[in-house]
Write a protein that binds this ligand. Structure first.
Ligand code: ME8
Length: 509
């Protein structure tokens, strides 16, 4: 029985190193995975690399290496980026692994045996960058409309998958489960594409050999997209460990951008239907990150490596920026200027300053010990907003409105900063007869910081952990579970805080 929340990133081509577009999908999945863990759910978060096909074979050739040799060299670079970005994936699948290849063969064999795969001849054009056969209207002056690179004429004997047979079943799927593809505009595109009629597609290639061999015909390798999509099930025990597979599959969310929507929303469910396997619950399409108005890409050399930004802003600010800045589901432009501006206003002057002010006052007015308030229930000025934060953050993340969730966190930080300005504890402290009032204000402020750390933790795990440490709460942040952890008044008076380094130091020019 399924008992695990399962989320996936695309598995990325290893034709080059990652850029911030790949980082965007992966960080988004990580925020969602971490939040579900905070809710006490079992989570399986998968990412990995797509290593077969001409695209990768040619990247290797250019460097004078075998495809396998090249992949082995570049995969550690991908892993390293995910580690530096604090990505908490539970597994990392490579399509060249045995556990994957064996089940790819079992899967295509199943479709061949049931008659959904047949031998035919393909004639048409192919874009190696997309690894996709193109129709006439997808080619402009001989170039792929997406990559602007020449398409190649192909004529070869291929095995075909009977996609056309699944047209009605697919339309029924979209009709019965309108959240199968989100946002809705993307669903509409998929529906009109399928209504327009589906052509069987080629699932094998003979002109090169860098792929999973077709089990019944050694002259063919599996088409890279069939191979790639199957990672989502081979990684969780398909064909190898039925119990495990049933506890994780179907996936709750396949995350990606629109370049690969058709594969996920049309080909993939049809392949699964043909094999008698449940289809995923949702395909979510986020927007493109643009640089100078263009989709960042490896082929156009507009890619920005994540390390360029991390070195300057730190990992937490990196994660925060992209989740906050781009309305999730829409395209977003990246610029250094706006990243620096947001860092300064929301992290350095906002969250970071809130934490350092509050902890400094606990230090100087109460010797670094959280004071005893006159009451601990929601009643003060920050308890209500904190409850709102918990509610909004939850609803937004579950609906994959990631930027709205982060906006709710930022709003709470503003409310807390405003509260401090209005309560002016620095004035209250001058009057010895107002000692209890001072204790009440600082207790509220510390409790507010605990909420900040809690809800920042899926987005900025490192900074949240440092803040938690500074608050001195003995129970680990990683042991916190919602909804219990979001009960107002949980910080114990007497807790010894530890002022630490500034969470978000001011940027150097
Ligand atoms: O397509 N903005 O791999 P890929 C936002 N191997 N996201 C971006 C982006 C940008 N500018 N550029 C890339 C493949 N992405 C296949 C996938 S899955 C079974 C096989 C992200 O390396 C986005 O998620 O070209 C996009 O869908 C993915 O990287 C494409 O990565």
């Amino acid at each position: 029985m399924k008992d695990t929340f399962y989320i996936t990133t695309p598995i990325y081509y290893v034709n080059d190193a990652p850029h911030i577009g790949h980082g965007y999908s992966t960080v988004a999945c990580d925020v969602i995975a971490r939040y579900h863990r905070l809710r006490g759910e079992k989570v399986f978060f998968l990412t990995g690399t797509d290593e077969h096909g001409q695209n990768v074979a040619r990247a290797a050739e250019k460097r004078g290496l075998t495809p396998r040799g090249w992949a082995d060299q570049i995969v550690p670079k991908w892993r390293e980026v995910w580690e530096r970005l604090d990505i908490s994936n539970d597994d990392f699948i490579r399509t060249t692994e045995d556990r994957h290849e064996r089940q790819v063969q079992a899967f295509v064999q199943r479709l061949y045996d049931s008659g959904d795969i047949y031998l035919g001849t393909y004639q048409g054009v192919y874009c190696v960058s997309c690894e996709e056969f193109k129709s006439e209207d997808e080619v402009v002056d001989g170039n792929c409309a997406i990559h602007g690179r020449p398409v190649e004429r192909v004529s070869e004997d291929n095995y075909f998958f009977r996609l056309s047979k699944y047209r009605d079943a697919l339309l029924r799927l979209y009709e019965e489960r309108p959240d199968f593809v989100r946002p809705e505009t993307r669903l509409n595109e998929v529906v009109s594409f399928v209504r327009g009629g589906l052509q069987d597609f080629s699932v094998s290639r003979t002109s090169f050999d860098w792929g999973v061999p077709i089990p019944w015909d050694a002259g063919h390798v599996t088409y890279v997209w069939v191979d790639a999509l199957l990672n989502y099930i081979t990684a969780v025990g398909f064909g190898a460990d039925e119990r495990r597979f049933d506890s994780i599959w179907p996936a709750d969310v396949h995350m990606m951008s629109k370049d690969i929507l058709r594969f996920h929303a049309v080909y993939w469910p049809a392949m699964l239907m043909a094999a008698g396997v449940a289809v995923p619950r949702q395909v979510f399409v986020h927007g493109y990150l643009l640089v100078g108005g263009e989709k960042m890409s490896k082929t156009k050399l507009t890619g920005i490596h994540p390390f360029q930004l991390i070195e300057h802003f730190g990992v937490d600010a990196y994660r925060y920026h992209f989740m906050r800045d781009v309305s999730f589901g829409r395209d977003g432009s990246f610029s250094w200027e706006s990243m620096a501006a947001r860092y300064t206003s929301e992290l350095a002057n906002g969250l970071g300053n809130l934490a350092s002010r509050v902890l400094a006052m606990v230090d100087s007015y109460f010797e670094g010990v959280v004071p005893e308030p006159s009451h601990r229930e929601v009643g003060g000025r920050l308890g209500g907003p904190a409850e709102q934060l918990a509610k909004r953050f939850d609803a937004h993340i579950l609906a994959l409105e990631l930027s709205d969730a982060v906006a709710a966190l930022d709003e709470f930080v503003r409310q807390a900063n405003r509260y401090l300005v209005e309560a002016a504890p620095w004035n209250v402290a001058k009057d010895a007869s107002r000692r209890q009032e001072l204790a009440d204000v600082l207790y509220e402020a510390v409790e507010g910081l605990r909420f900040v750390a809690l809800f920042a933790s899926p987005v900025m795990p490192g900074a949240a952990a440092r803040l938690w440490e500074q608050l001195g709460i003995t129970e680990a942040l990683s042991a916190q579970r919602l909804p219990d952890a979001a009960r107002w008044g949980s910080v114990n008076p007497g807790t010894r805080t530890r002022r630490g380094e500034s969470l978000f130091p001011r940027l150097e020019e």
